[in-house]
Ligand binder design. Structure first.
Ligand code: ZN
Length: 293
């Protein structure tokens, strides 16, 4: 890619890879290129036998503001990348194309990252909003800076929640509902108490605390780590996680389709400058491009 890397790949210590979200000027908003480069970095870390533990971190004051709603040429960009998850038909009209794209970039990528057969740790500071949750939740362990705030603002846009509907699994059903219904902001300490976050550390210690834990984990046998990860993930899967995610993803697309019928846009535009205004500035409404929706 010609421009500055959206994603950095670092080796801060033996056996450790650190993948850094590096679009701080856009609050690490995720566009198509950003997500493919992030997926490439995970693939690289997964395939590299010298890597035992993968850290995901972010440059700048915020972990991620979510999807880049200013992206205007997403289909042209997507044409440059080979589909990773087997999804196809991005240019098909209606729900067909939209669902295919979101299966690839969102739920498909997230579940691949969740199932990488190596321990993964996310280091989260500042805002982690909507699609930002989908970059933190796939990690096995989350370490939060004391200024971290987790929030899903998408319900205001007429959508039940972000594409990876892991809220009930991450927060339990009641807090998940509060987060969704009220747009509740979950602070780092509250997230820790609910089990969504493992540890809370001062902002200045986030990098060192994350690396220290990664190095501690890297002392363990890699195959045992892989088996332990599989055992925990399989426990959630046996509890119905994949079926629940699939059903919620379908509801997400009913939300998009309803908005298209009513507003001619995949989201409810009336929500943009209400609860969402804290996150998205006026003028950031590229979903108004009906032709590309
Ligand atoms: Zn969507």
């Amino acid at each position: 890619m010609a421009n500055a890397d959206y994603i950095l790949f670092e080796r801060p210590a033996e056996h450790i890879a650190r993948i850094v979200l590096n679009r701080p000027e856009a609050r690490n908003a995720q566009d198509t290129r950003f997500l493919y480069e992030l997926n490439d970095a995970y693939e690289r870390a997964a395939q590299d036998e010298s890597v035992k533990v993968i850290i995901t971190a972010a440059n700048g004051p915020h972990f991620s503001s979510g999807h880049d709603l200013r992206e205007r040429d997403h289909l042209e960009t997507q044409d440059r990348y080979k589909p990773v998850t087997g999804a196809t038909g991005y240019r098909r009209p209606g729900a067909e194309g939209r669902m295919a794209r979101e299966e690839e970039l969102y739920t498909g990528f997230c579940e691949r990252w969740r199932n990488i057969p190596k321990p993964t740790i996310a280091a989260v500071q500042g805002k982690c909003v909507a699609g930002g949750l989908m970059l933190a939740w796939p990690s096995d362990i989350i370490i939060a800076a004391d200024d971290a705030v987790f929030e899903d603002v998408t319900l205001m846009l007429g959508i039940p929640g972000v594409e990876l509907f892991a809220h009930p699994w991450e927060l339990g059903p009641r807090k998940a509902k509060e987060m969704l219904f009220a747009g509740a902001q979950i602070g780092a300490e509250e997230a820790r108490q609910m089990g969504m976050v493992n540890r809370v550390v001062p902002r200045a210690n986030l990098e060192s605390a994350t690396l220290e834990l990664a190095q501690q984990i890297a002392l363990r046998p890699s195959f045992a780590l892989r088996l332990a990860k599989l055992a925990v993930n399989n426990t959630q899967d046996a509890q119905g996680r994949p079926a629940a995610l699939t059903a919620a993803f379908a509801m997400h697309h009913i939300g998009h389709s309803h908005c298209m019928e009513v507003f001619g846009l995949p989201v409810d535009p009336s929500g943009v400058h209400k609860g969402v205004s804290a996150t998205y500035k006026a003028g950031d409404e590229p979903w108004r491009q009906k032709a590309k929706a």
